[in-house]
Design a protein around this ligand. Structure first.
Ligand code: C2E
Ligand code: CA
Ligand code: CA
Length: 523
């Protein structure tokens, strides 16, 4: 990713980090408000149903109680007294009376002379009671009552009691209705017919429509009773704004914290780019060389050049840390150019005495593609006495375009090309079939597995076999023990490097440390 792209990406990420949690908080506030108001509206529905069921139940019960005591009898003071006390006991029952046809001649209110005409019943219920759904007494004509009668006894309730919820919020609408017909029995305000129809065969439903959160449910106990409740959306909006006030500051705080974290890491990331640039200018990179040996006689035939970064405070940063950063920030070719310059100088000073000495350098995808890097590599190969190798990992091949052409171009000159870290990529085999290499480097993880219980312990054999079939030379990496060296030598692996033969050192120390082991190619 280029620097500009990284910057754009970082800014976008910071903005998302800041805004995201706020939007999430608003969304959560809405969901929370909706959840609570939905629960609320369904609680109203259940309250209404409960009161309606209680009314029906108490009407039945009180009527039954009087019937049990006075069945077949005419009005008497004793009956009136008993009816008064039962009516008082039942919270939903207003009046209990004795009827003759449609005429009530006495009740819990006293004697009625002349008897009160209740009019014909509206319907007969499933269990044989007669029901009057909208009854009015001459005593209080504006009050709508409901009555249930059987066997000369009637019980009467106030119709609106079931929807008379004392703690209701302003503007909440309630109704009871008959679910089969959609006929409203009691309501405190206008109820849309389609709200009731939404119940269908369900036990209860809730939805938002036409400015209301609506809940509809049916009674489990009483046949043909259902209720609807509707809370105005303004109540939901109030609830949401309450939660918003609570959650948005938390979201804002989280957002700012996240944005700050993104900014912090971005600065660190960008600043490593600035640091690398400064390091290039100050020439803080230097090269160490690790010997490569011929396995059959353990003579050193060359080196791999490995970069180090010594910062001005003396600390040394390893390539694992800065190479990938440099690649991401588009700085790797500058580093490689500096590396080639350093290797050339070291070769001139320290390695030219060793004829045919091989020097290997590592290159990245950008180097393979760069029009400037290739001439520099060719130049290096010309200037050193021995041979020059470039090591390319499978990841490089994956990232670079036209890698086949580039590799061919390098090999046409005096440079050999090695496939590094072989076996750690995803499609090693396909590379081997399509690209031409001079040799393979078996990755340290497979060398580590030699003669162990690790699942990969036999992979090294397959790699060796495959390389032999393809006519490629092999160099094993990370050889640390004699046992590993012996194993590889017995299987005709040509070359190796690793701590067993030598750790990477500066060019100036190389001859002193390894002079005795360097192969004499003149032999
Ligand atoms: P690599 O090319 O696979 O290099 C081998 C790494 O293994 C080196 O680590 C080396 O010091 C280490 N090594 C060698 N023998 C042994 C051993 O016996 N035991 C253990 N534990 N380690 C061993 P280093 O120098 O830290 O380099 C790490 C990686 O950084 C290299 O892996 C290479 O991919 C990259 N790198 C190093 N220098 C350059 C450079 O100049 N340019 C580019 N593009 N990449 C470089
Ligand atoms: Ca390498
Ligand atoms: Ca390697």
């Amino acid at each position: 990713m280029t620097r500009v792209k990284t910057l754009q990406f970082t800014i976008a990420l910071a903005v998302i980090s800041a805004i995201g949690p706020v939007l999430a908080a608003e969304y959560l506030a809405y969901q929370q408000g909706l959840r609570i108001e939905t629960e609320h509206v369904l609680r109203y529905v259940n309250d209404v149903l409960h009161r309606s069921d209680r009314t029906t139940f108490q009407l039945n019960e009180s009527k039954g109680q009087i019937y049990a005591e006075f069945s077949g009898q005419d009005c008497s003071d004793q009956m009136i007294a008993r009816m008064s006390s039962v009516a008082l006991e039942k919270e939903f029952v207003e009046v209990i009376g004795h009827i003759d046809g449609n005429f009530m001649d006495c009740s819990s209110l006293g004697w009625h002379s002349p008897p009160i005409d209740l009019g014909p019943p509206d319907q007969t219920t499933r269990v044989g009671n007669s029901l009057r759904a909208d009854l009015h007494f001459p005593l209080a004509p504006s009050v709508s009552l409901v009555s249930l009668d059987r066997d000369n006894f009637v019980a009467i309730a106030n119709r609106s009691l079931s929807i008379d919820l004392s703690d209701e919020e302003t503007g909440v609408r309630f109704a009871t209705f008959t679910p089969t017909t959609g006929e409203i029995r009691t309501s405190n305000s206008e109820i849309e017919a389609q709200w009731m129809m939404r119940l269908g065969q369900e036990k209860q439903v809730s939805f938002i429509t036409e400015g209301f959160i609506v809940g509809v449910g049916r009674s489990e106990d009483i046949w043909l009773t259902a209720a609807v409740a509707a809370i105005p959306l303004s109540v939901l909006h109030e609830r949401v704004s309450e939660f918003t006030w609570l959650m948005v500051p938390i979201g804002l705080f989280t957002g700012l914290l996240l944005a700050a974290a993104v900014a912090f890491f971005a600065r660190q990331h960008l600043s490593i780019g600035a640091e690398i640039k400064l390091a290039l200018r100050r020439k803080e990179f230097y090269v160490v060389y690790q010997p490569i040996v011929r396995l059959h006689d353990k003579k050193i035939i060359g080196v791999e050049a490995l970069l180090r970064w010594q910062r001005c405070d003396g600390t040394i940063t390893m390539p694992d840390v800065f190479i990938s950063e440099a690649e991401n920030l588009g700085l790797i070719t500058q580093i490689t150019h500096q590396l080639i310059g350093l290797v050339e100088k070291d070769a001139r000073h320290y390695f030219n005495d060793f004829p045919n000495f091989k020097i290997a350098i590592n290159i990245s995808a950008a180097d393979l593609e760069s029009e400037q890097t290739r001439p520099l590599i060719e130049d290096l190969a010309d200037k050193i006495q021995g041979a020059c190798t470039v090591e390319i990992t499978e990841r490089v091949l994956l990232d670079a375009q036209h890698s086949a052409d580039r590799i061919e171009a390098l090999r046409k000159g005096r440079t050999s090309v090695a496939l590094d870290d072989f076996g750690t990529g995803y499609s090693s085999l396909s590379y081997l079939q399509t690209l031409q290499f001079d040799f393979l480097k078996i990755d340290k993880i497979f060398v580590d597995a030699i003669n162990t219980q690790a699942a990969t312990n036999h992979v090294v054999l397959h790699i060796i076999e495959m390389a032999k079939t393809l006519g490629l030379a092999i160099q094993a990496e990370g050889v640390e023990t004699e046992e590993q060296a012996r194993f590889l030598a017995q299987r005709n692996v040509e070359f190796a490097q690793g701590w067993l033969f030598g750790k990477p050192v500066r060019a100036g120390d190389f001859a002193e440390k390894f002079a005795g082991a360097i192969a004499n190619f003149k032999e």
